[in-house]
Unconditional design. Sequence first.
Length: 739
Amino acid sequence: MPEVHSAPASIGVLTSGGDAPGMNAAVRAVICTAVYHGIDVYAIHEGYHGLVHGGELIRRMGPADADGILHRGGTAIGTARSQEFRTRDGRRVAARNMLEHGIDALVVIGGDGSLTGADIFRQEWPDLLAELVDSGDISPDVADDHPVLRLAGLVGSIDNDMSGTDMTIGADTALHRIVEAMDALRSTASSHQRTFVVEVMGRHCGYLALMASLATAANWLLIPEKPPAEDWALQMCRDIKAGRDIGRRQSVVLVAEGAQDINGNPITADHIKSTLEKELGEDTRITILGHVQRGGAPSAFDRYLATVLGHAAVERLITADRDAPPQLIGLRGNRVVTTPLMDCVAQTQAIAERINAKDFDGAMLLRGGSFRQSYEILQTIQQAAARPTPAGRRRFRLAIVHSGGPAPGMNNAVRAFVRLGLDRGYTVLAVKNGFRGLRDGDVHEMDWMDVSGWVSDGGAEIGTNRYVPWGALVAQIAEQVAAHRIDGLVMAGGWAGYQAAHELHRQRHQYAALDIPIVCMPMTVNNDVPGTELSIGSDTALNSIVADVDKIRQSAVATRRVFVIEVMGHDCGYLALLSGLASGAERIYLPEEGITLDSLTADLHTLADGFRSGKRLGLIIRGEGADLVYTTGFLKSLFEKEGGTLFDARQAILGHIQEGGDPSPFDRIHATSLTARCIEFLSEQLESGARASAMLGFQSGRLQFTDLTSYPTLIHPEAQRPMEQRWMERRGLSEIMRC
Ligand code: ADP
């Protein structure tokens, strides 16, 4: 019986097709994981071209090759398109080149074309080897030693156009580039009362255009999956004019490069511009973002995603049955999932086919629930005013309050709350300055245009603080809730907000006015609240940390230096672990684990060994609550003293920078979509006469509500963090990535 579980002899990794930011992080993860398992790993440069041409293009990789590529955009090992690999002759040569190094397993990072090519290669492998034996290129023993080609696929594509994963490697970075550009355009557009037509990438997939619209204040969207009605030009002009009439100083039409009308005719930026100029006399400019979208340093999420997937791909190659069908390794709701590779390719192509066949409803259906939901939310928020309220609908009065530290995305939540609430015919109230403001009656009715321009700003326009009303002070809040006839409350905030919301909920039997549905929405950079695996604001903070660490890395080129970088999080190590993974830190100290003298000594030895063998930079991330005694200053002094002539040490406490800055695309989008769910929740409760209160959060990739009553049982009794922290599952990964 053949040994079906035996590990591959050597693993090859290649990037193919279009480049995507984050590919380097995936290659690094493949190298580090293979090294960790003691398996030889080769980088195949220039994609399949390198496989066919072999020689210098197939290079053995060691830990040093993984160093310093994580933060780079593009792909350090190159990518190319190869006609030769499309031919059987080319693939036979590729097989021979691989066997020269004993490579019989491949991690292919590319788009659907690259993955299809890889699968064809895998299927042909035994026959190709038989032919190579016949021609005398390889010996029968070599063929016998490598009877199958194992394959794992990762999707590198900025379009996010592949089934089998929530996100493809590169899409989040592209979204960053688009949103940065659109924020910049907005200021110039509003200075001149101009209209901009912005074209973004996406031949068959409107993901980038849709999410960029949700994350900015684009007024009109054109995507391949959802062509506009026949009279779209008229409608577009009417909507842009309505926006002007209510005082919008800028208008943006966002068009995906593959946008078309319902008859399948392309809708181009030129066409849109000439229509707007002719019909409205608008001063219209076109911006085609083009390859800028592919460029630049990968976002924190792309580095994390690629690291997790690259690692999982090697684990899969090692542990799966040798004859198991090849899998696409993806992420769904922060869980690694594997799906038969060719099912993913088929599903992806099915969407393109539906679009080509003008079955647009079918295409939208295949895109999935959150795509459709985002589209619907966008349709409402983009309007110039709320739709007329259907007769008979009750006009509930809903309020929103922040609490806790400022979290990027708070303004997006209020913006969505106001517009989605008004569109339902409700009265929407914003409570200024947290629960202190509620206590003092600082409650304001909001109108559609009151939140105009809030989409890209960090901070919290309506204010936030850490005030928590306890005991008798709750009576004053109850009075104000009654005075303002608040029927339901959204608390969009962090730790203090959860405490406050729970306290109000707990005292509802004492104060009738507090017997209202309350829903908590997780908004804190720390990601330390219960009922969710992810909180809004943390993505912006991670990007801010990672950008700073990149700069620190550059600043240290001329020296041999250890940097101890302190990041936020109170008692929660989420920012520390994730930023450590995304920035390539070699040691991460977490509050969940504390710091011991033994671990410091061991780390010191590891650092010294590294510098002795040529290392120039040591990056250490320390969560601010990691240890009371072994502070960042202490660590810096310790490393400085003990480093002697080998290295010096510096500290960087990133501080409140992490809470500021413009919200990242993810935080803007999540703030908007979670707010929509909060309003739905309150609406359902109020319509049905129920009074449940809840915490909304991401759990196993889905948005779920947890009863607010259970709040005390979900938090750590002594520390400011939840009992369950799923992200801690990635702790082991940070050790493997130290290679
Ligand atoms: P992407 O992977 O981004 O979709 P392409 O479709 O251009 O990019 O594919 C990249 C490379 O993958 C091609 O240049 C070719 O070498 C290989 N490839 C794509 N499709 C096939 C196929 N059907 N058979 C063999 N090789 C293929």
